[in-house]
Design a protein. Structure first.
Length: 354
């Protein structure tokens, strides 16, 4: 494990004890938390995207604001549900955000998880074509988005355009070279991790896998990462520099890590250590799924447990899921405790100031 970041679901709502009672609270505190994380030497600020819910729905304004207020930390998504996306408009938004950040954008995308709306993508105007599934539509949107990122011509030039003659094809603008190598696929199974490698995307894996083989979560996830790397090597071993696939692919995993250091931590999480200390198995979206355990307790114990987590050790990046509704000040303190007490034991070193 070489890098750490935080992952926020950006929940908000007028609930008792909530530190993010409005959408404005959640967005503005997310910017402040990213600034604080950069000061701590943390490598990345990532955000989950959901629609028709009191969570982050439009990531690019937030990511651009973070880019403008920071100079080193990466910012990204984990993940964007591609069933909802207009590929070409997303290309424009992503490229503009990446240019503002000077190439620090890391985009996690996927087929998406269950959403509150019965058929949310249709409300956005996205309906599968004949005999196409929702998952296939998401992959089609992904292919169109990634194709546009290459700078390829998309639309025929109009009669008043004189830049390339009547046969010219116009690319989407602006363009941000290199962004195409910073696209991550959020894979929920070993099979989708293999597919991501075949497509030449980096791999994101969360605290949930929509399959179960009976082995502990970290071992199943470590197998997912291993299959991803094996497939990448088999698929792209002869790729030249011009394809962009001669690079080493990157992987990330997410964990809920809640060190209990003081009375405030004990008040919030003192009883959670036992309750979430084991994997959970259940049915999600029609599939038997395995949920990874939470890491809650004394920092030295958590450091030892994470050091024994096979997937954490195999991944390039560890994303810490933060309880954002406890407010920016608490989450900044939580990240500082992770940096001070846990991350160094995993071999991580704080990034140098920009």
């Amino acid at each position: 494990m070489k890098r750490i970041g935080f992952l926020s679901f950006d929940h908000w709502g007028p609930l008792q004890g909530s530190g993010t009672r409005t959408a404005a609270d959640a967005l503005l505190q997310s910017i402040d938390l990213a600034v604080a994380a950069e000061e701590l030497g943390i490598d990345g600020a990532f955000f989950r995207v959901h629609h028709f819910a009191r969570q982050l729905a439009a990531p690019f304004p937030l990511l651009a604001a973070i880019a403008a207020k920071t100079s080193r930390i990466e910012m990204g998504t984990a993940v964007i549900d591609m069933r909802y996306e207009n590929p070409l408009y997303m290309d424009e938004e992503a490229a503009a955000t990446d240019l503002i950040s000077a190439g620090r954008l890391q985009l996690g995308i996927s087929r998406g998880s269950p959403e509150p709306a019965l058929d949310g993508p249709a409300s956005f105007g996205h309906v599968p074509v004949q005999d196409e599934t929702q998952a296939e539509m998401a992959r089609r949107h992904t292919e169109e988005f990634r194709h546009a990122l290459t700078g390829a011509g998309i639309a025929r030039a109009g009669t008043g355009y004189h830049g390339g003659g009547p046969a010219a094809l116009l690319p989407v603008q602006p363009s941000s070279p290199g962004l195409g190598e910073r696209i991550w696929w959020g894979a929920g199974t070993r099979a989708t991790a293999v597919w991501a490698a075949q497509q030449g995307m980096n791999l994101m894996s969360s605290t949930l896998l929509t399959e179960d083989t009976g082995v502990p979560f970290d071992q199943l996830q470590a197998e997912q990462l291993r299959l991803f790397h094996e497939t990448w090597n088999q698929t792209w071993s002869g790729a030249g520099q011009e394809t962009g696939h001669a690079r080493r692919p990157l992987t990330s995993v997410s964990r809920s890590v809640l060190p209990v250091v003081d009375d405030e931590d004990r008040y919030y999480f003192g009883l959670q250590g036992q309750a979430g200390s084991q994997d959970q198995v259940g049915v999600l979206d029609g599939a038997m799924s395995r949920f990874g355990k939470s890491y809650t307790g004394e920092p030295d114990v958590l450091a030892e447990q994470l050091a024994a987590d096979e997937a954490v050790q195999a991944a390039d990046t560890l994303l810490h899921a933060v309880p954002n509704q406890l407010g920016m000040a608490y989450n900044a303190k939580l990240l500082a405790n992770v940096v001070k007490y846990i991350a160094p034991a995993l071999g991580w070193k704080a990034a140098a100031p920009a």
